[in-house]
Design a protein around this ligand. Structure first.
Ligand SMILES: [Zn+2]
Length: 459
């Protein structure tokens, strides 16, 4: 599958900003022509509304009420006048395009609102919380370059056609929980920079995507985004998307793992007061599937670690001997051992290091019960104590011990490689038990090594 092509927006050209009005003449002309803010291309699309008298310092250049940063717009007559004009534009537009470019919005309540027009909020500024809960956009809507100074709430909003959050900046939490995206949605270079530490930057929990491969995240920091209970297995995450790094450089993590569970956004992440690791595992599994299907196995493996880690942490929550069983699950279950041995198949050096360690360990363990060897037709068993001869010098004895460990090493390698030693054999019965145990361990580790190699280098 190819990267989704960048679809140029019809009005994405160079934006005419507020025009220079540094000379008195230009200013006079400006007053005659009204508000100088460009609403589309060039002068033809200048705002032209009557200039608003704002307090000193509110606006750089005189502009109309809609484009003014005048804080008095938050209430009273100016607030009413702003919304009257807004409604007029929307009504006049009907089902064609409604232009709100560069508008500076005061407190906003669009709950349950149905927008019939194609809405352009390009470069708009939302100074207060923007409430779009249950709103429906019947046609295309763009928030390109817009800035949300506070929270933006699109809870249960419906985007019937395309929606663009291209280069949109969110300084609060952007909430798309339970939103329905029926068509294309673009989150390109969207800046999620919430001011409050620990709060999510964007929430997509329970959001539904009707055309998942037209939901595009490009060059976006998703380290504080929430996706639980929504299906992200086919959404487009380009390679420039940023995820959170797991502690200890062990792959990638989603924010669901770290968000405090008393947060209003963490619904579904807790079960009977316990973290719901299964829900988080599901996100990892979907992300893994997503990156796998785009043949980005590197990133898929990074999510694989998270998925397995959630399985390890999802410990039993009821039944007898609960604490002991929980401890066992976390530390000695198969999934826990899988982690120790190979980072859930992500590391092929780990099993090799373990393998070497096991060989060395058993080389030194086997002489304890004894290593048997054939000498001049007779079987002789040597142990650490048996080779120590008080008649001999200290140096000679030490050398004898070293030779014994050497014999142990050969026996150990024999056991690891399923060889029945022709010359050396572990002493019966304890030595044999040790050797069998070693064979089991080393063959499992070798299998894990092969599995990890396959995971890392699959096509
Ligand atoms: Zn204007």
């Amino acid at each position: 599958m190819a990267e989704p092509e960048v679809e140029p927006e019809e009005d994405s050209g160079v934006e005419p900003e507020i025009e220079p009005a540094d000379s008195a003449a230009a200013e006079r002309e400006g007053i005659e022509a009204g508000c100088p803010v460009g609403m589309g291309y060039g002068d033809a699309h200048r705002c032209g509304r009557e200039l608003h008298v704002a307090p000193d310092g509110a606006d750089e250049k005189p502009v109309c009420l809609m484009h003014s940063e005048d804080p008095n717009k938050e209430s009273g007559l100016l607030f009413d006048a702003f919304w009257r004009e807004f409604e007029r534009i929307l009504e006049d537009a009907g089902e064609s395009k409604a232009h709100f470019e560069h508008f500076v919005f005061p407190r906003l309540d669009f709950r349950e609102r149905e927008f019939q027009a194609i809405c352009s909020f390009r470069s708009a500024k939302f100074k207060q919380n923007a409430d779009f809960r249950n709103a429906t956009f019947k046609q295309d809507v763009t928030f390109r370059n817009a800035t949300f100074d506070q929270d933006a709430d699109f809870l249960r909003a419906t985007f019937t056609q395309g929606v663009r959050f291209v280069e949109t900046t969110f300084h609060g939490t952007a909430n798309w929980a339970r939103s329905r995206f029926l068509d294309r949605a673009e989150f390109r270079r969207t800046k999620f920079i919430p001011r409050i530490v620990g709060r999510p930057s964007a929430a997509f929990s329970l959001a539904s995507f009707s055309k998942p491969d037209e939901i595009i995240f490009e060059d976006v920091d998703l380290s504080r985004a929430l996706f639980h209970n929504s299906d992200v297995s086919q959404v487009w995450f380009t390679s420039s998307v940023l995820w959170r790094n797991r502690d200890g450089n062990r792959g990638l993590a989603v924010f669901e793992e770290t968000i405090p569970h008393d947060s209003g956004y963490a619904k579904g992440l807790e079960k009977n007061g316990q973290p719901n690791y299964r829900a988080v595992a599901q996100i990892y599994q979907q992300l893994k599937k997503n990156y796998d299907s785009r043949q980005d196995y590197w990133t898929a493996n990074e999510f694989h670690f998270g998925e397995m880690e959630m399985k390890r942490l999802a410990e039993p929550t009821e039944g007898p001997f609960l604490q002991a069983r929980q401890w066992l699950h976390r530390n000695l279950s198969l999934v826990a051992l899988y982690r120790y041995a190979s980072d859930y198949g992500n590391s092929y050096t780990k099993p090799i290091v373990w393998l070497l360690g096991i060989l060395i360990l058993f080389a030194s363990l086997l002489p304890l019960p004894g290593v048997g060897l054939m000498r001049q037709g007779a079987k002789q068993t040597e142990t650490y104590t048996s080779v120590w001869d008080v008649q001999k010098s200290y140096g000679e004895d030490l050398w004898a011990e070293v030779c014994l460990v050497g014999n142990g090493a050969i026996t150990s390698v024999d056991a690891a490689t399923f060889q029945k030693g022709a010359e050396y054999a572990p002493a019966y019965p304890l030595g044999r038990v040790l050797a069998i145990f070693e064979t089991l361990l080393t063959s499992s580790l070798f299998a894990l090594f092969l599995l990890a190699i396959r995971r890392q280098f699959r096509r």
